[in-house]
Design a protein around this ligand. Structure first.
Ligand code: PXG
Length: 473
């Protein structure tokens, strides 16, 4: 009998070749978002081929802990079969139809109804779109429309905050306060004005001196009010804000900030738009950050966790003030996307929301895993010499790396502390987001205590290595 051929250890070799091929094709043909293509082409992009729970695998078979749940969005973790099944069923039954010509479909209807039951009182009507940027762009249009309907067309200025991220369309990039998002595109458009972010930890470096968080909260809201008075409240349409600023550096405002902002919006008759693209769907321990911080939004935008990122879908929810006015106008709403309320995306989002509720995932963030995560991240990092501040809420946490902890002094930009740390994470199988020198973790809401320990051990290793590189340890 001929001897069976010994299995050769080819898969690795093959996958190595395949990876190189994919990297070359990617470098040649695919333009990446927020990426310097020439640098990436030299390095080669990491090819992610599968995922399960909180883990990703690359094309070389390396397992990576995804500390960011994708881009702050995979609430339910990867590889959920029920979501896959829901999408597959919808794909078979109705892969596409729209809502333009007096039509609808069961998944869109059920999802709209389900969401309004979870949203704050008065939010009984919503529209769908396909991304956070589209949702915010739509919100700005609806805000303009509302004031036109009210006979106040002069109310057209959109206020938002420094360091905010609201999207990348022309209008939502204008609304965003992260200034690097503007020059390539000659933005912001006129009519977009900024007020300060409630970024207490950065206050000293920004020249506010040694100020305590509450004083700083009062100070930035006074600056906001002054800006409104200077512009003239009659010209201001809206104030847009993330309950916790995400991409701007995970900024959790001082306790007195939100009540004062709510008072200011009411006093000057400014519509309040809560951008819940990151904070929605349990991220802060409630269904929406608006509940966590007791906000009363006139309009809410949501995306990411709505479908746990499994499908591109977003929504814009109208409070009674805007919803009633728009309904009463009885006009055609001259707006909508080909894919708004896509049946497959709605089916997946519906199943996602059902599971978040059925399995008590949001409640678990509030009562158990959120408090555990917040406690452990502080225990591990609060006394670390490189970590100036640990901050966070629910399943959001950040460690801000500083040169001098006692003096709250940041590193000069050219020391690249955040980038060095992110590179260590990359080498050590952890995705942790570097925002300037702030390292962020936003894991899937289904993460276990054991997995949190595993993730934090890796994060500690990477921050220790960074400290060594920077001469702090
Ligand atoms: N609002 C907020 C608060 C966001 O965080 C958007 C709107 C825009 O959503 P779309 O779906 O159009 O991307 C976002 C998106 C990062 C990062 O690295 C964050 C986002 C997107 C991409 C990267 O922190 N947030």
């Amino acid at each position: 009998m001929p001897r069976a051929k010994k299995p050769v250890a080819k898969p690795l070799l093959r996958s190595g070749r395949q990876t190189k091929r994919w990297q070359a094709l990617d470098a040649a043909h695919h333009i990446h978002p927020f990426t310097q293509s020439n640098l990436l082409a030299a390095e080669g992009a990491r090819v992610i081929t599968r995922a399960k729970g909180i883990y990703l695998w690359d094309s070389n078979g390396v397992r990576i802990v995804d500390g960011m749940s994708g881009l702050w969005c995979v609430q339910i973790g990867y590889g959920n079969r029920e979501l896959a099944q829901a999408g597959y069923d919808a794909l078979k039954q109705l892969p596409y139809y729209n809502h333009f010509f007096k039509t609808t479909n069961p998944w869109t209807i059920e999802l709209a109804a389900r969401l309004t039951a979870l949203l704050p009182d008065g939010h009984t009507r919503l529209l769908f779109a396909d991304s956070g940027s589209e949702a915010n762009d739509t919100a700005l249009k609806l805000i303009r429309y509302y004031w036109n309907l009210k006979g106040r067309p002069e109310k057209k200025i959109h206020l938002s905050r420094a360091l905010s991220y609201h999207g990348v369309t022309m209008a939502t990039a204008s609304l965003s306060g992260l200034t690097p998002m503007h020059p390539q595109w000659d933005l912001p458009f006129p009519g977009f004005e900024k007020v300060p972010a409630p970024y207490w930890y950065g206050a000293k470096g920004a020249g506010y001196g040694d100020i305590d968080p509450e004083e700083f909260g009062a100070l930035v809201t006074r600056e906001m009010e002054k800006k409104i008075v200077d512009i003239g409240p009659d010209r201001i349409a809206s104030f847009s804000a993330e309950p916790v600023q995400g991409a701007g550096g995970l900024i959790v405002p001082p306790a007195n900030y939100w009540p004062e902002v709510m008072r200011i919006c009411r006093r000057y008759d400014i519509l309040f738009h809560a951008d819940e693209v990151i904070t929605g769907f349990g991220r802060t321990g409630e269904w929406f950050g608006s509940f966590t911080y007791n906000l009363q939004p006139d309009i809410i935008t949501m995306a990411k966790g709505l479908s746990s990122g499994y499908q591109p879908i977003s929504a814009i929810s109208l409070g009674s003030r805007m919803g009633d006015a728009i309904a009463a106008a009885g006009e055609e709403l001259v707006h909508g996307y080909t894919y708004s309320g896509h049946p497959v995306a709605c089916a997946v989002a519906l199943k996602n929301v059902e599971i978040l509720k059925r399995d008590g995932i949001v409640t678990r963030v509030k009562r158990k895993i959120g408090p555990y995560f917040q406690r452990r991240v502080r225990e591990v990092f609060a006394d670390h010499p490189l970590v100036g501040e640990v901050r966070g809420a629910g399943m959001l946490a950040a460690m801000e790396l500083v040169e001098n902890k006692a003096e709250r002094q940041s590193f000069p930009k050219n020391r690249n502390a955040g980038t060095i740390c992110r590179d260590h994470c990359f080498e050590n199988g952890l995705v942790m987001r570097a925002i300037r020198d702030t390292m962020v973790l936003a894991p899937a809401l289904i993460i276990t205590e054991v997995e949190i320990e595993h993730m934090l051990r890796k994060a500690k290793l990477c921050i220790d290595l960074t400290a060594k590189d920077l001469g702090v340890l």
